[in-house]
Design a protein around this ligand. Structure first.
Ligand code: ADP
Length: 242
């Protein structure tokens, strides 16, 4: 476990990793990084790195998953044992089961599952390195991987967390800010549909902070989704050039 820092801002008001309060970590999106999956994406938000692999629509592996009118969406979020400072047990934890559900629910509104009844779309997310914001980076990676798999979607989804540290709202929490801050608010949205698909708040905020934080998150998500689109366009160009 990391130590609580004495303060979260330096004398210039910059965060401990040098960012301003409304600055994202560098976002990097690589599409089609796995050849055995139908679609894949490797996403990093600074030191947080996640990979998503998508299969389907295909014959469901488990019969109970069959839905007569649409495809069932399955998500497994998992943290690799080497993703944390101390080795994490590879066995799925309650947190990972909960986050798998949260990630699935943030994607369900945009995936056109009604086009593929009685099939399954499976999304496997593996956290390779964790430094805060893994659920939101996972949502971005899963959205990009679904698009890479050619699965029809109404829009792309992106995610980012807002937090409050030392009484100040900050964009894209890292692990120390998440663990020792006063509030953590992960948000996912599909800007092209004007939809928020995930909204969680742990901790305490005023109503004004909640509004300002939501605006901050939505602006950042617009930029993240633009990056997804750009990465998808570039990967299509690469395929055409083959
Ligand atoms: P998120 O990654 O979406 O912010 P949490 O708020 O639950 O999810 O976790 C915050 C951060 O705490 C994670 O990104 C990770 O860096 C760290 N963390 C969470 N679970 C563990 C764990 N089992 N072992 C070590 N670090 C963890």
């Amino acid at each position: 476990m990391k130590q609580r820092p004495e303060k979260f801002f330096d004398e210039h008001g910059n965060r401990l990793d040098g960012r301003q309060r409304d600055e994202m970590r560098p976002v990097d999106i690589n599409i089609g990084v796995l050849s055995n999956a139908d679609g894949s994406a490797l996403v990093s938000y600074g030191k947080t790195k996640v990979i998503a692999a998508v299969y389907g629509p295909r014959e469901p592996t488990w019969r109970y998953n069959v839905l007569p009118d649409r495809a069932s969406l399955y998500v497994r979020y998992h943290m690799a044992p080497f993703s944390t400072e101390e080795r994490k047990s590879p066995a799925p934890t309650r947190r990972e089961i909960e986050l798998s559900k949260v990630i699935r629910e943030s994607l369900e509104p945009v995936v056109m599952t009604e086009l593929f009844p009685r099939t399954a779309i499976e999304i496997y997310v593996e956290v390779l390195q964790s430094d805060g914001g893994t659920r939101t980076a996972s949502i971005t990676a899963a959205s990009a991987a679904l698009a890479d798999a050619g699965i029809p979607m109404r829009a792309l989804v992106g995610g980012v967390a807002i937090g409050k540290v030392d009484g100040v709202l900050v964009l894209d929490l890292n692990e120390v800010e998440d663990n020792f801050g006063e509030a953590d608010m992960p948000v996912a949205a599909a800007p092209d549909l004007g939809l928020i698909t995930l909204f969680q708040l742990n901790g305490v905020m005023t109503l004004d902070e909640l509004k300002e934080g939501t605006d901050m998150a939505l602006k950042a998500i617009e930029r993240i989704v633009e990056k997804e689109k750009q990465a998808l366009r570039e990967s299509a160009t690469e395929v055409e050039a083959l």
